[in-house]
Design a protein around this ligand. Structure first.
Ligand SMILES: NC(=O)c1ccc[n+]([C@@H]2O[C@H](COP(=O)([O-])OP(=O)(O)OC[C@H]3O[C@@H](n4cnc5c(N)ncnc54)[C@H](OP(=O)(O)O)[C@@H]3O)[C@@H](O)[C@H]2O)c1
Length: 377
């Protein structure tokens, strides 16, 4: 028993060490300008854990987990300085009724921006709006709800028309909304839910908002909230994009996030020289409602492990740091076609840079959204 506990403790303590080693060894080779004390913190943690755990007991297991959690917390880079002045700037954040989107919207409001909460549920959005305004007592910014269901092309088009009618410029578009579904669901448009809500809906929204982004003085930014889970796919599965032959929650999610990254890179090339940048972000592993579409049994298990989740997943404000950084930081102003994590450029899967897949996916997506324009409402 003691030996087992010792091994579990060491494995837990080694977890951040492995993550740090992977991230920083590979990254340092690619981006040597980045200096970080984190590998040393993780190594010290690993060494300390090894020395401490040789005895092996419940106390050492608890201590090991504590050390691991502390090291993980060191990996949360932030908070993002909120001294950028966003007064007079208009931002749209999709899916800002909870989680990372709500925290991103809140940071932008605090900096003085006029933020459109583009959400599918009015009730949840208004609740989020009150929470945001209560946490931004400086009264500089503004938050406004506008209905948007990304799983409906008609709703995306109605949103774009309503925004256009406001006659506002658009400085920042944060494509954040996302779902994970344990069972295969179809949208009213007939597409697999994860693909449409995470990717197709945002693709159409971005296309429709490009004129507003392009006419913004001083440049505009698109920030796509992606996920490191795009690494899970070995190829983009054009033959079964809708998961008709084989569906899995993680497979559908990974594919949707890979699609989002591929189109980020294609859009970057297409926008070159037009004053609009587009970048993608991995927010980290964050405590949000993203697991609400998991299997009910998994949800029950999740409830039992809640204290552990707090140790190993970021709070939602920290999950928003990189999105906010990409949306406002002058350091990112001229950067485009990049993938960020922890407020710095991160390695992406080599698949993302395959030009042929980018082009093919763009064409397939254009055909899908074009078909929706002529569909009866
Ligand atoms: N949490 C993580 O660890 C993690 C890791 C990597 C990437 N991400 C990504 O981060 C983004 C934000 O997720 P989160 O973690 O903050 O989860 P969340 O708390 O569940 O937030 C997701 C948001 O998207 C909205 N949404 C879902 N389907 C929509 C639709 N069809 N139309 C409009 N809005 C819709 C939700 O609205 P309702 O409130 O109405 O449901 C909610 O506001 C997602 O793209 C997710 O894939 C999260």
């Amino acid at each position: 028993m003691d030996a087992a506990l010792t091994y579990v403790s060491i494995a837990l303590s080694a977890y951040p060490l492995v993550i740090c080693a992977m991230r920083y060894t590979i990254n340092e080779m690619c981006y040597s300008k980045h200096e970080s004390p984190l590998p040393y913190v993780a190594s010290a943690n690993g060494l300390l854990a090894y020395v401490t755990f040789r005895g092996g007991s419940l106390t050492t297991l608890a201590l090991g987990m504590l050390l691991t959690a502390i090291t993980y917390r060191f990996q949360v880079i932030g908070p993002v300085p909120e001294d950028e002045d966003m007064t007079g700037k208009v931002c749209i954040v999709t899916g800002s009724s909870s989680g990372i989107g709500q925290s991103t919207a809140e940071a932008l409001v605090r900096m003085g921006a006029h933020v459109i909460l583009a959400c599918r549920s009015e009730k949840k959005a208004l609740q989020a709006r009150s929470e945001i305004l209560a946490r931004c007592p400086n009264g500089k910014g503004k938050a406004e709800f506008m209905p948007l269901d990304l799983a409906s092309f008609a709703s995306v088009r109605a949103f774009a028309r309503a925004f256009e009618a406001l006659g506002l410029p658009l400085h920042v578009l944060v494509n954040n909304a996302g779902v994970m579904q344990h069972e295969r669901l179809l949208t009213a448009d007939g597409y697999e839910m994860t693909l449409q809500a995470n990717y197709l809906g945002h693709f159409l929204l971005t296309q429709l908002l490009l004129p507003a982004l392009k006419r913004t003085n001083g440049g505009a930014r698109i920030v796509n909230i992606s996920s490191s889970m795009h690494w899970g796919e070995r190829r983009f599965n054009f033959e079964d994009m809708q998961g008709e032959r084989r569906y899995s929650m993680f497979g559908a999610y990974e594919q949707s996030k890979l699609a989002q990254l591929l189109s980020t890179m294609e859009l970057d090339r297409r926008l070159s020289g037009q004053g609009v940048t587009v970048n993608a972000v991995h927010p980290g592993t964050v405590i949000t409602n993203v697991t609400s579409g998991f299997h009910p049994l998994v949800r029950i298990g999740e409830r039992f492990t809640t204290p552990l989740q707090y140790a190993f997943r970021k709070p939602r404000d920290a999950g928003a740091y990189t999105a906010v950084y990409c949306a406002v930081s002058p350091e990112v102003q001229s950067m485009s076609g990049k993938y960020f994590w922890h407020c710095r450029e991160e390695m992406r899967s080599p698949l993302v840079d395959d030009r042929e897949t980018q082009r093919k996916l763009w064409e397939v997506t254009e055909q899908i959204v074009a078909k929706s324009a002529s569909a009866p409402r």
